[in-house]
Write a protein that binds this ligand. Structure first.
Ligand SMILES: *Cc1c(COP(=O)(O)O)cnc(C)c1O
Length: 352
C-alpha cells in the first residue's frame, strides 16, 4: 500500500492547519491586529497594511496551470529552497530518519537534512557515465529505510538530465517506503515537460519547480512544490501562514501573463544556443580538460587549474562557481550561461 502520509512525522500529521484567514471573506478585518491605514499616506493601493493571502489564489492557479496540475496539488513557497525544507521537516524526525542525496548535486538537500537532524545517505552519481544515477544503489537506498530521496534533473551542478526510465525505477523502488523529490529547477531549459504529470500515479512523488531560473524571478523567492493532495495538505501545515510577500506575488503574477511567458520561451531558446556555442568554444581552449554536456543554463567545465582559471576570470570582472573542497568536482567550474557578450569575455579570459 502506497500511503505517503504513513511516512510523515506523526506529530505533523496530528497538527491542525493554522488558517487565520478562513472565513475572513468580505468582512471588515478586525481579526488580525493590522493597522487600518496604509504604511504611509498615499500608499493606499499597495495593500501592505494587510496580511497577504496564505496561498495567493491567482498565482497558485497560474503556477499549477504551467505544470498541468490542479491548484490543490501545488504549494507555493519561498523558493524551492523552502520546499526542500518543508519536505524534510514534514517527513524526517531528528536523530532517526535519513534522506538520500546523489552528489555532486544541489547542496540544500543535505543542508536542510542536517539542520533538521536527519542523516544523509550519499549515493554518488557515476562520473564515468556522465554523472548518471547509480540506479542499483539509489533504488536499494530507497528500499532500505530512507524517508526522502532527492533527485535533481537537470542536475545542478553537472547539467545532465536523468532519463525518465531512471526516475521511474527509483519511484517504483520507493513506493510505500520513501518520498521521492524530483527537483526540476532547470527543466524549462531542456524543452521537456518534467514529471509533474506522474503525480496521479505516484502519491509519493513530489516535484519542485521555481520561478527563480528560467522565469527570471530569483529576487521574488517563489517556488512550488507539486504533489498529491494529501501531501500538499500536510506540508501546508508546516509552511508559515503568510510565507509569500505581497509585492513578490504581484510581480510573479505580472511575469506569468502571456507576454511574459512568450519572453521566457524566447530567452530559453537564446540561452540554449549560447550554451552550445560556449560549450564548443570552451572545449577548444588549452586550459580546459572537459566540458560536460549540459541542458540547463550553466556548464560544468573541468579545467587544468581551477584556481588559475577563477583568478583569470576575476581579473576580467567575472565570477564563476568553483568547487575546491568538493571530492567529486576538484578542478571543475560551474559557469552560468549569460549574454553572448559575457560568453566572449569568459572565453577571452580563459584563453590568456
Ligand atoms: C537554484 C536552485 C534551486 C533553488 O531555487 P529557489 O526557488 O530560488 O529557492 C533549487 N534547486 C536547484 C537544483 C537549484 O539549482
Amino acid at each position: 500500500m502506497n500511503d505517503p502520509l504513513a511516512l510523515a512525522r506523526p506529530e505533523i500529521r496530528a497538527l491542525r492547519a493554522y488558517d487565520p484567514e478562513a472565513g475572513a471573506g468580505a468582512l471588515e478585518r478586525l481579526h488580525a491586529n493590522e493597522l487600518p491605514w496604509p504604511p504611509w499616506a498615499g500608499d493606499e493601493a499597495s495593500g501592505l497594511h494587510r496580511y497577504p493571502e496564505p496561498q495567493p489564489r491567482e498565482l497558485l492557479a497560474l503556477v499549477a496551470g504551467l505544470h498541468g496540475v490542479e491548484p490543490g496539488q501545488a504549494l507555493l513557497c519561498r523558493g524551492s529552497d523552502e520546499a526542500i525544507d518543508l519536505v524534510v521537516r514534514g517527513f524526517c524526525a531528528a536523530g532517526r530518519d535519513t534522506v538520500v542525496t546523489c552528489p555532486p548535486t544541489f547542496g540544500m538537500y543535505a543542508l536542510a537534512a542536517r539542520i533538521q537532524g536527519a542523516a544523509v545517505h550519499e549515493v554518488p552519481l557515476r562520473r564515468a557515465q556522465g554523472f548518471a544515477l547509480d540506479l542499483e544503489a539509489t533504488c536499494a537506498a530507497a528500499r532500505g529505510g530512507a524517508k526522502v530521496v532527492f533527485l535533481c534533473t537537470p542536475n545542478n551542478p553537472t547539467g545532465n538530465a536523468h532519463p525518465d526510465a531512471d526516475l521511474a525505477a527509483v519511484l517504483e523502488a520507493a513506493a510505500g517506503r520513501a518520498m521521492v523529490v524530483v527537483d526540476e529547477a532547470y527543466m524549462e531549459f531542456t524543452g521537456r515537460t518534467g514529471c509533474a504529470g506522474w503525480i496521479g500515479q505516484h502519491p509519493h512523488l513530489l516535484v519542485l519547480r521555481t520561478l527563480s531560473k528560467a522565469y527570471g524571478l530569483a529576487g521574488a523567492r517563489i517556488g512550488a512544490l507539486l504533489g498529491a493532495r494529501p501531501v500538499v495538505d500536510l506540508l501546508r501545515k508546516v509552511i508559515p501562514p503568510y510565507a509569500l510577500a505581497r509585492p513578490a506575488v504581484e510581480a510573479a503574477v505580472r511575469a506569468l501573463q502571456p507576454a511574459g511567458l512568450a519572453t521566457v520561451r524566447e530567452r530559453v531558446q537564446r540561452l540554449a544556443a549560447e550554451r552550445e556555442r560556449l560549450a564548443a568554444a570552451l572545449g577548444a581552449l588549452p586550459c580546459v580538460r572537459h566540458v560536460w554536456p549540459g541542458c540547463a543554463n550553466f556548464l560544468l567545465v573541468e579545467v587544468r587549474d581551477a584556481d588559475a582559471a577563477v583568478q583569470a576570470l576575476a581579473r576580467a570582472g567575472l565570477r564563476v562557481r568553483a568547487f575546491r573542497d568538493d571530492p567529486w568536482l576538484g578542478h571543475a567550474l560551474r559557469i552560468t550561461v549569460g549574454t553572448p557578450g559575457q560568453g566572449d569575455r569568459v572565453l577571452e579570459a580563459l584563453r590568456t
